[in-house]
Write a protein that binds this ligand. Structure first.
Ligand code: NCD
Length: 321
């Protein structure tokens, strides 16, 4: 076990191609050693800057970017990641224009795309869809969000961001705020962060609490609240999420919780001076734009770190890192 606690490039992970040919479906596939590997490669790419685009380690490889749900950030993040490494992309967005709307099954779509591409990134509205796709795929499938299930690449980039901003993860108190019931990013992040010595606070409206079946699987101290003030002062990382409107069946139920929490400069005046404020985006009012100039607002840096993490994952599953 590699105790990866301090600076990212301190202990370069041994290159053993352990991810070559593998799917990335869940954060449960990662231990600290595997994280160290991902973060080491991501940090190398970050430092290499344009140099890596000149080297083009993924020249000749093709990614099929298959998105059944709307996405700007995640789809363009994978697209930029692939192209910065010299690879190319088949972009398939909002699949209603493709055969899926004619009733083509996911396995058939996957088997078709893998005839053209070397790796498939899949976002789908159904929990378990990435695992289903992987059963049929001979090429690596990367889960880019399966309904209210998981979003492992987001959790990896979230932890990479915390490491970049704070230098280490052990010892931190992480507070997750917002829609913890439907928010797949928090489901994945809580499980992945639990590989470290952290404390996790959950702050949510009563109806949007962290799923009860997840909490016992996360073996670190956890506590649940409805009021941010109860935990704000002790928080090292505040991870804010959007209420997941598309997962509600009842418009009135959404309206009753949609403005539950809003982070303003006034909120930050009661937070630690070195707190890290994160959000997977898109935000729809949970963080006011006046907060953006506060040095603690890390969400735009988080987006850039995400691209390096996705570069690392693509290169790794293709056996090139
Ligand atoms: C998140 C998602 O799709 O789950 N966004 C993202 O990947 N950047 C969060 C969200 O949609 O609220």
């Amino acid at each position: 076990m590699n105790h990866f606690t301090h600076h990212i490039s301190q202990q370069p992970a041994v290159r053993d191609h352990r991810f070559a040919g593998h799917h990335i479906l869940s954060v449960s596939q990662f231990d600290r050693d595997a994280l160290a590997y991902v973060f080491t490669v991501a940090e190398e790419y970050r430092q290499a800057g344009r140099e890596i685009s000149v080297q083009r380690p993924l020249l000749g490889y093709i990614l099929a970017n298959l998105f059944y749900e709307p996405s700007t950030r995640t789809s363009s993040s994978f697209l930029a990641a692939m192209e910065r490494l010299g690879g190319s992309v088949i972009p398939i967005n909002e699949v209603r224009y493709s055969s899926v709307s004619k009733g083509e099954s996911l396995p058939d779509t996957i088997r078709t795309l893998e005839a053209y591409a070397d790796v498939i990134v899949l976002r789908h509205y159904e929990k378990g869809s990435a695992a289903l796709a992987a059963q049929y795929a001979r090429k690596p499938v990367i889960n880019a969000g399966d309904g209210a299930g998981e979003h492992p690449t987001q959790a990896l980039l979230d932890l990479f961001t915390i490491l970049q901003e704070r230098g280490q993860i052990d010892g931190l108190t992480i507070t997750m705020l917002g829609d913890l019931k439907y928010g797949r990013t928090v489901h994945s992040l809580a499980q992945l962060a639990a590989l470290f010595d952290v404390k996790i606070n959950y702050v949510a409206p009563e109806t949007l609490r962290m799923p009860g079946e997840l909490i016992p699987q996360i073996r670190v101290p956890q506590s649940e609240h409805t009021d941010l003030e109860a935990v704000l002062a002790e928080t090292d990382v505040l991870y804010v999420t959007r209420i997941q409107k598309e997962r509600f069946t009842d418009e009135a139920a959404y309206a009753s919780v949609k403005d539950s929490y809003v982070i303003t400069p006034e909120t930050l005046s009661r937070a630690k001076a070195d707190m890290v404020l994160m959000h997977p985006f898109p935000r729809v009012g949970e963080i006011s734009i006046e907060v953006d100039t506060d040095p603690r607002a890390a969400y735009f840096r988080q987006i850039e770190y995400g691209m390096y993490v996705r570069m690392a994952l693509l290169a790794m599953v293709l056996g090139q890192a």
